[in-house]
Design a protein around this ligand. Structure first.
Ligand SMILES: CC(=O)N[C@H]1[C@@H](OP(=O)(O)OP(=O)(O)OC[C@H]2O[C@@H](n3ccc(=O)[nH]c3=O)[C@H](O)[C@@H]2O)O[C@H](CO)[C@@H](O)[C@@H]1O
Ligand SMILES: C=C(OP(=O)(O)O)C(=O)O
Length: 508
């Protein structure tokens, strides 16, 4: 290996170790070596065997290099303006909720234009392993789901289940089918600890008791227990609301859920359940009244709405590359605050009149961006449960703030371990200062320049890094991008259709 290659690998190992939150000593302990050896490796001063590389990759849960069949990387030639139009795809978060909700129905569910993303693939693997028949009907992403009379829960593909957090949404539907069942712990992005306690509290009034031991949730349903009063969620979380709704959907009675999330994926779930005969009053508000039905056996066809987070991602790509593009099919109700803030920062754009999504409910517009001189907002930027600036859209403001003149404070109060990944933008020439685990100060404007970076193990920060690379002069490499494919379908190809130059590659 040449010295240059060794130092590149060393940098990737250092990034992967830091993403894990480990010190050099912690990594050394796992590898059975010394801290000084790890230090030499990271500096590129140590020859490495392939075996050692594989052990490091395993320890850090991040394949540093691989031979064929391994992780996918992206090579980005930046500094190219974008042009043309692009359609927003349906959302990951409605997609996964509806896959879980299909378990409430004995009949066939057909979902239209489901985003073909890794998160969906993992859930399909889980569903198939327990006996659910799923078929992609065409290239448009129409998906047919036919549940079996009896689920084979013992056959569950635990490895696939552990790679998603969405598996947590099996709790609500499964409690109607089984008296006892086990589920692997929910996984997903590395964003710090994400509690499941609110899920347990929301489902307890329906008689579901969950014990967590040895990497599994053990669920027992006591059918003598039913909610006698409104269920008050302790957090206005999206998946916890969905679990409560799915528990209520087949509870033979009326359930009131307060402090419910009214976010986009919750609305899609309610619209789907409506087609199944479950009436839900208050959709779009924080009090939902669910009129459950004990048995659901309906052949149903539903088209989940477009993804506001993908819309924000595309908008960010346009802003940081100073481009004029049209983003079609933007679910405007879930982007209004983001757009209001961007207007305040000086974004010049236009929008069409509203039209309806295929679900007949969600309001869409097309947005056309124009190159703009942005300035930092006066106040800090922070997310809130809907209606607020979307929690998943917050990271995009780091890249936008980096192109704006002045200092922007971004406060990510929600996730314990997400703001830190935004400092990866510094490798591309930005000035992002981590003030504490939840706040970063971004100083712009930035002239991004290319770099090789290990993908942060969190979806949105990873896409923010990719987008900054599109604005960076020169060539960048983003390594191990599974996490991006978890939430975006064919992102590189679709950005290329707008004029980006992103090549997908693997190691030899
Ligand atoms: C499959 C899916 O739909 N995933 C979304 C869902 O995950 P999900 O619903 O699983 O989100 P979590 O329950 O993990 O909530 C995210 C974090 O926010 C905190 N929290 C949330 C609400 C609240 O009122 N107070 C509070 O403190 C939670 O403690 C947690 O730390 O919602 C998240 C927050 O919008 C999004 O990032 C995810 O994309
Ligand atoms: C955190 C996210 O999703 P998940 O709940 O799937 O981890 C996200 O979409 O940014």
């Amino acid at each position: 290996m040449t010295v240059d290659y060794l130092s590149r690998i060393g940098n990737l190992i250092r990034d992967a170790r830091k993403h894990r939150g480990w010190t050099q000593t912690q990594l050394a302990d796992v590898l059975g070596t010394s801290q000084s050896a790890v230090n030499r490796i990271e500096k590129g001063h140590q020859n490495l065997t392939l075996e050692m590389l594989a052990r490091i990759g395993e320890a850090l849960d991040s394949e540093i290099v691989s031979l064929g069949g391994g992780p996918v990387h992206l090579r980005v030639v930046g500094g190219r303006p974008l042009s043309g139009s692009i359609d927003v795809k349906s959302s990951k978060n409605a997609g996964v909720a509806l896959l879980c909700a299909s378990l409430l129905n004995k009949g066939r569910t057909t979902l239209r234009k489901v985003a073909r993303i890794e998160e969906v693939n993992r859930l399909l693997e889980v569903l198939n392993s327990i006996g659910v028949k799923t078929t992609w009907l065409n290239d448009a992403g129409d998906l047919e789901i036919v549940p079996p009379a009896h689920l084979d829960l013992a056959g569950m593909d635990a490895a696939a289940a552990r790679r998603t957090r969405s598996i947590i949404m099996f709790l609500g539907p499964l409690m109607h089918r089984e008296d006892t069942f086990d589920l692997p712990y929910a996984g997903g992005c590395d964003l710090g600890t994400r509690t499941v306690e609110p899920h347990m509290a929301a489902l307890r009034p329906f008689g579901l008791e969950i014990k967590a031991t040895a990497g599994e949730y053990h669920a027992v349903v006591n059918r003598a227990i039913s909610p006698g009063k409104p269920i008050v969620l302790t957090e206005r979380g999206d998946t916890v609301t969905e679990n409560a709704i799915m528990a209520a959907a087949r509870f033979d009675g009326v359930t009131v859920i307060r402090n419910a999330s009214s976010n986009y994926m919750v609305q899609d779930l309610c619209f789907y359940l409506d087609l199944l005969g479950v009436r839900i009053d208050g959709v779009g508000s924080t009090t939902l009244t669910v009129h459950g039905v004990a048995d659901i056996d309906v052949d149903v066809d539903y088209a989940p709405s477009e993804d506001p987070i993908e819309a924000m991602s595309l908008l960010t790509a346009a802003i940081v590359t100073s481009s004029e593009i049209t983003i079609r099919r933007v679910p405007i109700e879930f982007m209004e605050i983001e757009l209001a803030l961007l207007e305040e920062m000086g974004l010049d754009y236009s929008r069409t009149d509203e039209y309806l999504a295929e679900n007949g409910r969600t309001r869409l517009v097309d947005l056309t961006t124009r190159p703009s001189e942005l300035h930092a907002p006066i106040d800090k930027i922070h997310p809130m449960p809907f209606p607020g600036l979307n929690i998943d859209n917050l990271p995009f403001f780091a890249a936008i703030a980096a192109t704006a003149t002045g200092q922007t404070l971004i406060h990510d109060w929600v996730y314990e371990n997400r703001a830190i990944y935004l400092t990866d933008l510094n490798k591309l020439g930005a000035s992002v200062k981590l003030l504490d685990p939840h706040r970063v100060m971004v100083e712009g404007p930035t002239h991004f320049s290319g770099a090789e970076i290990m993908c942060p193990p969190a979806l949105r920060p990873a896409v923010v890094t990719l987008i900054a690379m599109m604005a960076a002069k020169g060539t960048s490499v983003l390594r191990s991008v599974y996490v991006i494919n978890r939430g975006y379908e064919d992102l590189a190809t679709r950005l290329n259709s707008l004029g980006a130059q992103i090549e997908t590659f693997r190691d030899i």
